[in-house]
Design a protein around this ligand. Structure first.
Ligand code: URA
Length: 433
C-alpha cells in the first residue's frame, strides 16, 4: 500500500477501506506522509465525498491517533459541547461556565479559527496568560477541582485532526460533510466526555448552508456517537447573521464577559438556554427543559456563572485583571464607523462575508502558520430587522492597518442590505435532533 495509490483511488471516486484509511491517518500523523500528499487526498475526499463506513472508519482512526481519555472517575456523566462553526460564535465561552456553575462537569477541547469562522482556542488565547496547551493530567485535575477545563488540541488528543484541520483550512477544503463530521467526533471521542451536545449551525455563516444538509450532518454525527457509546444531541441554530454583536478574538471575549454579567443579546440568550437545557437534561440533573432554561438564566443573574468564568481563567493561568477590567485589553489602532446612506430595515447581513472581512483584518489565518491579530475585528451596531436612517452607524471596524480598515468599511457597507419594507427577525433555533 502507498499514499499515491490511495490518492488515486479517492480521486477516481472509489471507496477507501479501513486499512487504507488507517494507513493515511497514522502515516500523516507521524510525518511519513507529506502535507502536499495529504492535501491531494483531502481535496479528493472534498470532491468525491465518503460513504458512512468510510466516515466512521476515518473518525475512529483520527480519535485513536492519540490518547483516548476516560473521564468516568470524574462523574457518571461528563458533558462536552461543540459547534460546527460560525461567525461571532462565542456560545462555548458563555455557556460552559454556566453549566459548570450548576455543578455539571465540563471537559472541552476546542479548535482554532477555520476558514471564515472563529475558533474558541484563539479567543481564549487573547486573555493574557491563558494556557490552552496543558497536559492531559492537568486537564482532568482541573475538571475535578473546579468542574471545568477548556483546552486546545495541544495535548495528545486526536493529533490527526489537528494536522488535517489546519491543512483543510489552508487549502480551502473545510465545507465537507465527511471531514466536518470526522473532525468534530474524533475530538469528542478522544476528549472522553460520555454526553455530547452539538450546535449544528445553518446559514450563510455556517459550513452547512441549508437545513437539509445540517440534518444530514447531524444524523451522521449522532450515528458515530452511538457507535462510540456517546449519547449525542444536535441543536440546529441559525447562522444567517453573526451571533451577538462582536466578531474577532478579544472583542468576543469582551462580549462574553458582558453576557456573563447579564447584558446578553437575544440570539445568544436563546441559543445558550436551548443548548444548555439539553446539556442539563443529558447530565441526568433534570428532564424539564423549561426549568433548565430558568436555571441557566438564574446563574447568570446571581453571578455564579461569571465567578466560574473567573475561576476557569485563573485556573488556566489567565490574568483575571483583564476579565474584571476589560478596558485593559489592548485595542486595535483604528476604530472606524460604517455609516449607512439608506433609510429602511436591515434585510440581510451575510455572516460568511463578515467572517471573511474579519479574517482579512487579521483575526483569522490565510496560511496555517499565520499569527492572528487578537485585537482586530468588527462590532455590529445593527442586525437583521433593525430600523436604520441615513447617517446611522451600522458597525465599527477595529483595524491595525489603516488601509485594510478602510477597505473593510467599504465592504461592510455593501454587505448590509437595507429594505424599505419592515423585516421580521429570523428564527434562531431551527430544530433538535
Ligand atoms: N469544528 C471542527 O472541530 N471541525 C470542523 O471541521 C468544523 C468545525
Amino acid at each position: 500500500m502507498n499514499i499515491q495509490e490511495i490518492i488515486a483511488k479517492k480521486r477516481d471516486g472509489k471507496e477507501l477501506n479501513k486499512e487504507e484509511i488507517n494507513y493515511f491517518v497514522s502515516k500523516y500523523t507521524d510525518g511519513a506522509i507529506t502535507d502536499y500528499q495529504a492535501a491531494a487526498l483531502i481535496m479528493a475526499i472534498y470532491i468525491n465525498g465518503m460513504n458512512k463506513e468510510e466516515i466512521t472508519n476515518l473518525t475512529l482512526e483520527m480519535a485513536n491517533s492519540g490518547d483516548i481519555l476516560d473521564l468516568s472517575e470524574i462523574s457518571k456523566n461528563v458533558i462536552d459541547k461543540h459547534s460546527t462553526g460560525g461567525v461571532g460564535d462565542k456560545i462555548t465561552l458563555v455557556l460552559t461556565p454556566i453549566i459548570a456553575s450548576l455543578g455539571i462537569p465540563v471537559a472541552k477541547m476546542s479548535g482554532r479559527g477555520l476558514g471564515f469562522t472563529g475558533g474558541t482556542v484563539d479567543k481564549l488565547e487573547s486573555i493574557p496568560g491563558y494556557k490552552t496547551d496543558i497536559q492531559i493530567g492537568d486537564f482532568i485535575d482541573n475538571v475535578k477541582k473546579i468542574g471545568i477545563s477548556l483546552i486546545g488540541q495541544t495535548a495528545n488528543l486526536a493529533p490527526a485532526d489537528k494536522k488535517i484541520y489546519a491543512l483543510r483550512d489552508a487549502i480551502n477544503c473545510v465545507e465537507s460533510m465527511p471531514l466536518i463530521a470526522s473532525s468534530i467526533m474524533s475530538k469528542k471521542i478522544a476528549a472522553g466526555a460520555n454526553k455530547i451536545v452539538l450546535d449544528v449551525t445553518v446559514g450563510s455563516g455556517a459550513f452547512m448552508k441549508n437545513k437539509e444538509d445540517a440534518i444530514k450532518l447531524s444524523n451522521m454525527m449522532k450515528e458515530i456517537g452511538k457507535l462510540a457509546d456517546r449519547e449525542t444531541v444536535c441543536v440546529l441554530t441559525n447562522m444567517n447573521e453573526p451571533v451577538g454583536y462582536a466578531i474577532g478574538n478579544t472583542l468576543e471575549i469582551i462580549e462574553t464577559i458582558e453576557c456573563l454579567k447579564g447584558n446578553i443579546p437575544e440570539d445568544i440568550k436563546e441559543i445558550i438556554t436551548t443548548i444548555g437545557a439539553y446539556i442539563i437534561k443529558l447530565s441526568g440533573e433534570n428532564d424539564n427543559l423549561e426549568e433548565n432554561k430558568k436555571m441557566i438564566l438564574d446563574n447568570i443573574e446571581n453571578g455564579k456563572a461569571y465567578n466560574k468564568f473567573l475561576e476557569l481563567v485563573k485556573n488556566q493561568s489567565g490574568d483575571i485583571e483583564y476579565i474584571e477590567n476589560p478596558e485593559k485589553f489592548e485595542k486595535a489602532k483604528y476604530i472606524m464607523p460604517v455609516i449607512t446612506e439608506k433609510d429602511g430595515f436591515i434585510q440581510e447581513l451575510n455572516a460568511e462575508k463578515i467572517g471573511k472581512i474579519s479574517v482579512m483584518l487579521g483575526a483569522g489565518r490565510i496560511k496555517k502558520e499565520d499569527n492572528i491579530d487578537k485585537a482586530v475585528g468588527i462590532i455590529l451596531n445593527k442586525k437583521i430587522s433593525d430600523k436604520v436612517q441615513r447617517g446611522d452607524i451600522l458597525a465599527y471596524v477595529h483595524a491595525d492597518d489603516e488601509q485594510k480598515g478602510k477597505e473593510a468599511v467599504e465592504k461592510i457597507k455593501e454587505i448590509y442590505k437595507v429594505s424599505e419594507m419592515k423585516i421580521e427577525k429570523e428564527k434562531i433555533i431551527l430544530g433538535v435532533i
